[in-house]
Write a protein that binds this ligand. Sequence first.
Ligand SMILES: CC(C)(COP(=O)(O)OP(=O)(O)OC[C@H]1O[C@@H](n2cnc3c(N)ncnc32)[C@H](O)[C@@H]1OP(=O)(O)O)[C@@H](O)C(=O)NCCC(=O)NCCS
Length: 153
Amino acid sequence: MNQASFLNPEIRMMYESDLHEVVRIEREIFLFPWTLGNFRDSLKTDYLCRVMEHNHIILGYSILMIGPDEAHILTLGINPQWQRRGLGEKMLHYLIDLAIEKGAKSVLLDVRESNQGAARLYRQLGFEQIATRKGYYPAMCGREDALVMRLVL
Ligand SMILES: CC(C)(COP(=O)(O)OP(=O)(O)OC[C@H]1O[C@@H](n2cnc3c(N)ncnc32)[C@H](O)[C@@H]1OP(=O)(O)O)[C@@H](O)C(=O)NCCC(=O)NCCS
């Protein structure tokens, strides 16, 4: 259910000053989180790093890499207190629009096979699974496959 329609969160560029909170959220939502260094490196490159914010609270974040024809969503996270309110979907629509604006022909992402909630959201927005990367992710017991999903723009 989309309960966040009363919110009008802003999506803006991510800054170094956001990283403490972004990494705090990242550690809450991922078993194998990106490090502060990973986010810093992303800010230094030409990746499109964004946060979703409302009343100075960071609700979510994402990083998009633009290639020659394809855009890649490198990470996407919503603050656990604000999940299942339509914010992940909102961020995805924003990223898709941004990819179109930058001239991408498709948007790609990897998702853990066990992350059925996220995969469901991606399918709802038109992403389709195009490949599997065997043992791509570390897991508690060994490795886990990644589903490679693509949205043709
Ligand atoms: C996955 C994630 C980005 C989704 O964002 P969100 O704001 O919670 O999701 P939304 O409210 O926009 O979900 C829209 C729809 O997607 C599907 N969905 C999203 N999360 C789901 C879940 N955990 N289980 C089942 N369906 C889910 C549902 O169909 C949902 O609609 P509904 O709530 O009306 O049933 C967010 O839950 C998150 O940050 N999870 C942890 C990190 C992560 O897995 N990131 C993605 C890595 S690839």
